[in-house]
Design a protein. Structure first.
Length: 117
């Protein structure tokens, strides 16, 4: 089992920044990649970004490219999502997830990000 705990959500004005963190514990050696997803009001959950745990290869949704940066600290088993130039449409519950083999198998509880216009 892998446990994920997110932190760092909150309320910010449009154009502002927030940094989310996700600390992993448990069988972290089984993690292949870590990712962030979000679910806005009345919307389905969508992919935001992911990072390979070993090589650090990253991938982003088009909607956040150039504004969000995902990074990791392997020593702390923590992944971060730096969010800049936030827009009201970024308002969502953000979830951290861990990929084991090919499945996003473990999920955090979510953290609310609200961007006011």
């Amino acid at each position: 089992q892998v446990q994920l705990v997110e932190a760092g959500g909150g309320l910010v004005q449009a154009g502002g920044s927030l940094r989310l963190s996700c600390a992993a514990s448990g069988r972290t050696f089984s993690i292949y990649a870590m990712g962030w997803f979000r679910q806005g009001p009345g919307k389905e959950r969508e992919f935001v970004a992911h990072i390979n745990w070993s090589g650090g290869i990253t991938n982003y949704a088009d909607s956040v490219k150039g504004r969000f940066t995902i990074s990791r600290d392997n020593a702390k088993n923590t992944v971060y999502l730096q969010m800049n130039s936030l827009k009201p449409e970024d308002t969502a519950v953000y979830y951290c997830a861990a990929k084991v083999y090919s499945d996003w198998r473990y999920w955090g509880q979510g953290t609310q990000v609200t961007v006011s216009s």
